[in-house]
Design a protein around this ligand. Sequence first.
Ligand SMILES: Cc1cc2nc3c(=O)[nH]c(=O)nc-3n(C[C@H](O)[C@H](O)[C@H](O)COP(=O)(O)OP(=O)(O)OC[C@H]3O[C@@H](n4cnc5c(N)ncnc54)[C@H](O)[C@@H]3O)c2cc1C
Length: 380
Amino acid sequence: MDFGLTDEQELLLDSLRELLERECPESYIAELDRTHQAPTSFRLALHEAGFASLGFPEEYGGTPCDAVTLMMLTERVSQQGLNNGYGIELLQAKDILEFGSQEQKADILGLLAAGAVPFALGFTEPGAGSDNSAMTTTAVHRDGTVTFNGTKTLITNALDAKYLLVMAKSSDGDDERTAISMYLVPMDAPGVSTNKLEKIVWNTNDSCEIFMDDVTLPESCLVGRQGNGFRQLMRNLDLERLVIAATCLGLAQCAFDDAATYASQRVQFGKPIGSFQLIQLKLTDMAIKLENIRNFVYKTSWMVDQGIPLRSQGALCKRYAAMAAFEVADDAMQIFGGIGVNAGTRVSRLWRDLRGHRFGGGTDEIMVHIAGRQIIREHR
Ligand SMILES: Cc1cc2nc3c(=O)[nH]c(=O)nc-3n(C[C@H](O)[C@H](O)[C@H](O)COP(=O)(O)OP(=O)(O)OC[C@H]3O[C@@H](n4cnc5c(N)ncnc54)[C@H](O)[C@@H]3O)c2cc1C
């Protein structure tokens, strides 16, 4: 087994490091976090440098790239301390490339190529969180049009987005899940309104409620097949979980490096706190968790590259990465002592942002729900 980087990976990571130093220093991220702004200029810089189209097919202006390399890049951007800074474009392109019409592909990939935010993903509702099948948003097809009514909530990055990729019930259907379809609804369509949510995590990603009140659009807003929306949503969810796991890995590595540096500098009882065994124990266990998350992320990415079905692997990887990375950040905060909880410290931001990853993309518990059932099925 070869754990070394290829020449291409080394080159890419070197050039990403230079870009991060120039366009995404800690002062920039801290200011965005303080003022609740998106990293727009950094996103554009990633586009200009060609990073944002890695993994897209060449016919759409992209450069093919394997999942292991893409996850290394995702990890590296988060290691800078920036949450959700890389990988989202890839997920958006995949959704549309697989199921979108020619017009939708041209539109969404054109927006991606211009460095814009093409869409936010909307499935959660006030009464339907983990249980998507309980959603009540309706999409009524009539005379070549679709009319939407319903409320989505906790939607990330919708305020800057051109569209909402929305899941809605297009028929009553016997099976709730075959009743769900996927649509692209313009955020500025008549009848769409938003309410910004103030949250304590992910300050660089806005969150909002989205209300759709008799929003009527041509039927061409349907993405993929009617009644196939739930399956389409599930299709790329494993990749989304992998991107989340790689993001958690980078953020946790950043917290670990900060804590280890601080431990070697902070003097109490006449010695650096890093000389106390209780602090060394924390750092040791943090290092073990980081190693485990990294192996989990890289192996799962390798499985994607080999075309090996992930089955429970995506859920296992997301659950472990989100939980272990948060534990690493929590221990890092403990090592910082009282200053760790001061607003504006990097460790407090990493701790907050990592906490959010235990919900987004499915909760810790839902990962058990998915993986546990699969494990039992495989051992029947
Ligand atoms: C930062 C952040 C970003 C998000 N971004 C988006 C987005 O862009 N688009 C979007 O559509 N949604 C988004 N969400 C919503 C997210 O997907 C939901 O929060 C998540 O699916 C859980 O739903 P819920 O919050 O309603 O909790 P609930 O489903 O009500 O769950 C409450 C608690 O019960 C547990 N629980 C529920 N069912 C079970 C079960 N069967 N077994 C055991 N325990 C269970 C849950 O794990 C949780 O601990 C985001 C959430 C967060 C926090």
